[in-house]
Design a protein around this ligand. Structure first.
Ligand code: GRF
Length: 342
């Protein structure tokens, strides 16, 4: 057995030794069945919260209970040894119980780090109580989107699909086009969630009609939280009339796409078809681009052209543009999104 693999009593003695030296012990736990980059990053961040780190690894029976009969893929001794190979991990303890409450009580780590998107009040009550009694500071670290053991296993089975959310404020014809492309398997994706900032938006009705979870949310913080919970890889803005701000841009960097009814950089902003007609343009079209802090200015991923005809009103022209949007947006989502499922 590796000298880094310890038991609860030895871990408690180690914690006291660190404490006497004025150092802080970070404690975290998990199954760590198939190690991936999400684990490595989160463990590195957790380790940086203190001076040494103890990782508690679930024993095989508790992994089976938590994750189902096919798990663990690797037994506890192997999982513990692999973890010991990481620079951020100082010691590992294997534990039999489903929860780490007992370990927290006996080891009294200075910091208890959790991976996930919970708020402290969503953690199991007895864990929070144990941490409070032990004087452990609970810290929650966000997980890397799209990097989980479940995803890794799905990739191995060949059935990892791109997980998307669609945000819109109105009609939702682009959502419908994306959903149809998914249904016909032209787009290998799963629409996990539709969000609208408008309570009675047609896009929500359309989503519910297809059995896709649909939510009306107005605060960006809440939107980000729901997108995270749904573990989406990519966010598609389809007629979403709000300006996307820092919280969402930071949570999903380069993972938000927008469709706009003009050939950007021409005619950004509102009423793009009307702007094109009034400018006397011979043609316009639509653009799919990555969303960044500048409105309608992010990197362009694809465009389709639409001629402007004599007698076009903004409405008639917009309808013809939408026909092209409905082809272009699902196609670009699939092409661009492929990088997030690799
Ligand atoms: C589309 O024209 C899109 O380019 C723009 O808003 C419109 C949304 O239409 N951003 P719909 O709600 O998808 O029908």
């Amino acid at each position: 057995m590796s000298e880094f693999i310890t038991d609860a009593a030895a871990a408690a003695a180690w914690r006291d030794e660190l404490d006497r030296a004025g150092k802080k012990l970070v404690f975290t736990n998990g199954c760590f069945d198939v190690l991936h980059v999400g684990h490595v990053r989160y463990l590195r961040e957790a380790r940086a919260l203190g001076d040494a780190m103890l990782v508690a690894v679930n024993a095989d029976a508790s992994v089976r209970e938590l994750k189902g009969p096919g798990r663990p893929i690797n037994n506890a001794a192997d999982r513990a040894e692999v973890l010991c190979g990481l620079e951020s991990v100082d010691k590992v303890v294997v534990f039999e119980e489903k929860r780490v409450t007992g370990l927290i009580e006996s080891i009294r780590p200075h910091i208890y780090a959790k991976g996930g998107d919970y708020a402290v009040d969503e953690l199991p009550r007895e864990e929070v109580a144990a941490a409070e009694t032990a004087g452990s500071d609970i810290r929650i670290l966000s997980l890397v989107p799209g990097k989980s053991t479940t995803d890794t296993l799905a990739k191995l089975r060949g059935d990892r699909k791109l997980r998307i959310a669609v945000l819109g404020s109105g009609n939702g014809s682009n959502f419908e086009a994306i959903a149809e492309a998914v249904e016909k398997q032209q787009l290998l994706a799963e629409i996990r969630l539709v969000i609208s900032d408008v309570a009675d938006a047609q896009i929500l009705e359309r989503a519910r009609g297809r059995g896709i979870p649909a939510m009306h949310l107005e605060s960006e913080a809440e939107i980000v939280e729901q997108l995270r919970r749904a573990e989406v890889d990519l966010v598609a803005l389809a007629g979403f009339m709000r300006i996307v701000k820092t919280p969402m841009l930071e949570a999903f960097p380069e993972r938000i796409l927008n469709v706009h009814p003009s050939l950007l950089p021409d005619f950004p902003g509102l009423n793009a078809p009307k702007q094109a007609i009034e400018a006397g343009a011979a043609e316009t079209g639509c653009t799919v681009h990555v969303v960044d802090a500048e409105i309608d200015r992010g990197p362009i991923l694809g465009q389709a052209r639409v001629p402007i005809e004599a007698g076009d009103t903004p409405e008639i022209l917009h309808q013809r543009i939408k026909i092209e949007e409905h082809r272009l947006f699902p196609k670009i989502i699939g092409e661009y999104g492929a990088r997030f499922v690799q």
